[in-house]
Design a protein around this ligand. Structure first.
Ligand code: SF4
Length: 360
């Protein structure tokens, strides 16, 4: 508790807010957070209204479920209809595909099980063997190492019925794609969890190639305010840089062992992001040496490319182009108990955060 209090001290928070206001430029400054946990924390702790009007805090593509394209969900639905057992994280159940969701398929008799970890998915495969179990691997550098480790373990134990449908993505290329766009953010609040694995050094290219400051933030209110303050000062002084005030968790080099495991099993590939389209080299695919554990190889299905439901603006929400309330479906046709888009489903989604905390 003492640890949490240290990063929620109201007097220190007021001081940081005053410093941000003092340093705020006259021209509008747009800062983007690219981590779903930051999105939730910013809404939960009411950080947006504390900032001066010239500072606009927007959410980027940091929610793993939200950036997963419809085609991945349609593929998962198709696999569930083939009589395979699917092991999924809870958030994935209600993400709408183009015509169905895993929740609906489960209600119609498909075998879709919610697991809390890849260890649980492996245990499920062990219990059900030889029945095929497909784990849905999504997320960034935070989850990819654990999924890779589960495949190494399956190989070691000759657990031939365990496979992964791989939808993993990596963050730096997506940040570069947004930085190359127009409009682009003036600074990035970089993701704490991802940075633990990739290290602060991974953002040097964003600063060098695009002149956009990158500050790595933790998840407590003082962490976030401190990172915003640093970005504002960088902007004002015209000296974008990589700064790492979250050094209690993130190092310059990151977690080399986690990356090694990831690189053993996965290789870079082009990847489709909801809202951003295809980004070169921004995804991970399973190396041919692990094809026996690759659901896409073992159980190939063909699904058509689909677009977001009519009226859903998830794609624009994920690039910070619009706020959730600017979507005509927000809070009416689309709400957490009847979501239309992925951004309302996930516990890390921007629309879910705005709906839950009424902060939009
Ligand atoms: S409110 Fe719903 S439909 Fe609109 S962008 Fe958000 S998730 Fe998509």
């Amino acid at each position: 508790m003492k640890y949490v209090d240290e990063f929620r001290d109201s007097r220190a928070g007021r001081k940081l807010v005053a410093e941000i206001r003092e340093a705020a430029p006259h021209r509008p400054l747009t800062l983007m957070e690219v981590c779903g946990t930051h999105t939730m924390a910013i809404a939960r702790f009411g950080i947006r209204p504390l900032l001066p009007p010239s500072i606009r805090l927007i959410s980027g593509p940091g929610c793993p479920v939200c950036v997963t394209p419809l085609k991945f969900m349609d593929t998962a639905v198709a696999l569930s209809r083939q009589g395979l057992t699917l092991a999924v994280f809870g958030d994935m159940m209600r993400v709408p595909g183009s015509a169905s969701s895993l929740e609906r398929e489960a209600a119609s008799g498909a075998d879709v099980r919610v697991v809390a970890s890849t260890l649980e998915a492996l245990a499920l495969a062990d219990r059900l063997k030889p029945r095929p179990v497909v784990f849905l691997g999504i997320g960034f550098e935070t989850t990819a190492p654990t999924v890779a480790a589960s495949m190494l373990e399956a190989k070691r134990r000759s657990l031939a019925n365990y496979t992964v449908l791989c939808g993993h993505k990596t963050m730096p290329r997506a940040l570069a794609a947004l930085a190359a766009g127009n409009p682009r953010p003036d600074g990035y609040l970089c993701p704490g969890h991802v940075s633990v694995v990739i290290g602060s050094g991974a953002y040097e290219g964003i600063v060098r190639d695009f002149g956009i400051g990158c500050v790595i933030a933790g998840f407590e209110p003082l962490d976030i305010l401190q990172a915003i303050r640093m970005l504002v000062i960088q902007f004002k002084s015209g000296a974008p840089a990589v700064e790492n005030p979250y050094s209690r968790a993130v190092t310059a080099g990151g977690n080399g062992r986690a990356r090694e495991v990831m690189e053993t099993v996965f290789e870079p590939c082009d990847s489709d992001w909801r809202g951003l389209g295809r980004i070169q080299g921004s995804g991970l695919s399973i190396r041919p040496e692990f094809a026996d554990f690759d659901a896409a190889v073992r159980f190939p299905v063909s699904v058509a490319t689909a677009s977001d439901p009519p009226g859903c603006r998830c794609g624009e929400v994920l690039t910070g182009a619009v706020r959730p309330a600017e979507c005509g479906l927000f809070g009416t046709a689309c709400a957490p108990d009847h979501p239309v888009g992925a951004c309302m489903v996930s516990s890390e989604g921007t629309c879910a955060a705005a709906y839950r905390y009424g902060t939009d």
